[in-house]
Design a protein around this ligand. Structure first.
Ligand code: DOR
Ligand code: ZN
Length: 338
């Protein structure tokens, strides 16, 4: 039988949680075997706050990589305590982005920013240094389905005040956010996850509670998901892939106060291929995962290629015996040829 194949430039993941220590050892292969580079989020415990944290974390990651040719792109977290000097030294150390979490909006963000305006000198330094500002775009304290919407004013304010600062609104989850990003200048881009292209709120709480679909921002309505799909397949360079793969061990997901995060690294690329195929947009898939993000970040395109095959399978139920990957037990049409 002739298996349809898709060969393309090695992809990048512009938003991933690799954690540290033993968890890093466990989950890193799922990313490093598929993606040439990944933008590594700083919300570890303790968090990555400055150049020396980032240097130490980068060597920990590289120490686990072996010879696979994987490059971690490092971030620092922007908190109330960040000052322009933190940005300068981090940038000199090769840190490519600063990640801002509004306080308390997601996992490990208790130290998040309480006042975005108070950080304007920091953003000015990021603009000068060429460091990208990555935003978890949810407003604390608002109703959970409207937090992204309430944050969009702050995004518009930042884009207006810092016309040369590159800003990424992470993990888009609503039609309104898509429209806002489209209306802002080309310095403003956005990542889209695989799970927000597949799930709606019904897949989290519409039937029995699905803790492994629980994430921040929450998946929303079918219309929101349709707008995200349209943005992803549009070919517009403002939209590119960031998995937001966020592993949590089973007991911390299946409990009374479950952690937010979908562990998608093992399946994200095949799942995305299925979404693009379904929309008859496979010709724009490579640009979404291997082109637009690199260009926005000012990185050269990856060397080498990856091949996906259309050989349907069922997602594995467990990863390392301790995590439930996205699409566990569900049909997935594509797989990475290996
Ligand atoms: O669901 C999420 N989990 N969203 C985030 O923004 C963070 C992530 C995590 O670190 O677990
Ligand atoms: Zn994230």
């Amino acid at each position: 039988m002739n298996v349809p194949k898709l060969t393309m430039r090695r992809p990048d993941d512009f938003h991933v949680h690799l954690r540290d220590g033993w968890t890093l050892k466990q989950v890193l292969p799922a990313t490093a075997e598929v993606f040439a580079r990944a933008l590594v989020m700083p919300n570890t415990t303790p968090p990555i706050l400055n150049a020396s944290d980032a240097i130490r974390y980068r060597s920990e990651i590289l120490g686990e990589c072996g010879k696979g040719g994987f490059t971690p792109l490092m971030t620092i977290q922007i908190t109330d305590a960040t000052v322009p000097e933190t940005v300068r030294t981090a940038s000199q150390a090769g840190v490519v982005a600063g990640k801002l979490y509004p306080v308390g909006v997601t996992t490990n963000s208790e130290n998040g920013a309480t006042d975005i305006k108070a950080l304007y000198q920091v953003f000015g330094e990021m603009e000068r240094a060429g460091m990208v500002l990555c935003l978890h775009g949810e407003e604390p304290g608002e109703f959970c389905l409207e937090r992204e919407s309430y944050f969009l004013d702050a995004l518009e304010g930042l884009a207006g005040s810092f016309p040369r600062l590159r800003i990424v609104l992470e993990h888009l989850s609503s039609e309104e956010a898509v429209e806002t990003v489209l209306a802002l200048p080309e310095t403003v881009a956005a990542t889209i996850t695989a799970h927000h292209l597949v799930l709606t709120l019904d897949d989290v709480i519409g039937g029995k509670l699905q803790p492994h679909h629980f994430c921040k921002p929450l998946p929303k309505t079918p219309a929101d998901r349709a707008a995200l799909i349209e943005a992803a397949i549009s070919g517009n360079p403002k939209f590119f892939f960031g998995s937001d793969s966020a592993p949590h061990r089973i007991p911390t997901k299946e409990c009374a106060d479950g952690a937010a995060g979908v562990f998608s690294a093992p399946t994200a690329l095949p799942v995305l291929a299925g979404v693009f195929e379904h929309e008859d947009a496979l010709d724009r898939f490579e640009a979404f995962v291997s082109g637009h993000g690199a260009r926005f970040y000012g990185l050269s395109p990856n060397e080498g290629a990856i091949t996906l095959e259309r050989r349907p399978w069922k997602g594995r139920l467990r990863y390392c015996g301790e995590y439930v990957p996205f699409m566990a037990g569900k049909p997935i049409d594509w797989r990475v040829a290996g």
